[in-house]
Design a protein around this ligand. Sequence first.
Ligand code: 5GP
Ligand code: ZN
Length: 114
Amino acid sequence: MTQECIFCKIIAGDIPAALLYEDDDILAFNDISPAAPVHILVIPRKHMRGPASLSEADQSLIGKMVLKGTELAIDAGLADGYRLVMNNGENAGQTVFHLHLHVLGGRSMTWPPG
Ligand code: 5GP
Ligand code: ZN
């Protein structure tokens, strides 16, 4: 738990979030500022700065996050297409430095991303 981390505060229940899923390892909730009609965040309970902080010991955790993200995308009716995104570092657009997987969909998207 990192005191200043907004996602650690959501995990602790100190600030509210629209929770979609939680278990001992991960949580999923709606993004507060959605970039698409469906915009879900999947995060680990364990505070990690971002993808670059992952180690071999986290393989099952990151696998679980991706599997849950895709399951939630299907549950949200996005079988036709959705995007799973992890930003690492400010240049990539990361603004919250607690590892998270974006699940985006419900509109057509362009590539490459901006
Ligand atoms: P990043 O830019 O770091 O990849 O993504 C961070 C995401 O967290 C953004 O999409 C932003 O809207 C979302 N976010 C930031 N603060 C909060 C919050 O307090 N609650 C929720 N649900 N999402 C947040
Ligand atoms: Zn955190």
